[in-house]
Design a protein around this ligand. Sequence first.
Ligand code: GDP
Length: 148
Amino acid sequence: MPIERTLSIIKPDAVAKNHVGEIVSYFEKSGLRVAAMKMMRLSKAQAEQFYAVHKERPFFPNLVSFMSSGPVVVQVLEGENAIALNRQIMGATNPKDAAAGTIRAKFAESIDHNAVHGSDSPETAKQEIAFFFKPEDILSYVPENELA
Ligand code: GDP
């Protein structure tokens, strides 16, 4: 089965609460591997660009100010079915709807402060990975020809 890559962000709320290691272990225990990882603080301009698809939405200003409010941990996760699997491990956007056992059920405070981001399709995964990482930054365990 082809191996996928997806982009994950551990958001400022979860980093501030010291949950980085616990969240990464959710990915690892589900069979995903960290192929690239960095800690950074997004500028307002970077947060606006990353979430540009939501720029007309009423929550956009809050989203941008929250995402640039403190350090985040950005990762490329790799594995079989990584994009959908990561979404499943994260749980629903609103933690009130997140299934038990998901990251958002455990760590998210609200729809605004919901602990993690994950790419939602193969196209967005490619764009979002390229937003943060150069190809040589990604230290894969899988030969290129096995990637989806
Ligand atoms: P995600 O892929 O599950 O993170 O959700 P989206 O890409 O649709 O939205 C990006 C982020 O914007 C979410 O993680 C939420 O923090 C926020 N968001 C999305 N929809 C809403 C909404 O209806 N209200 C509020 N307040 N925030 C939202």
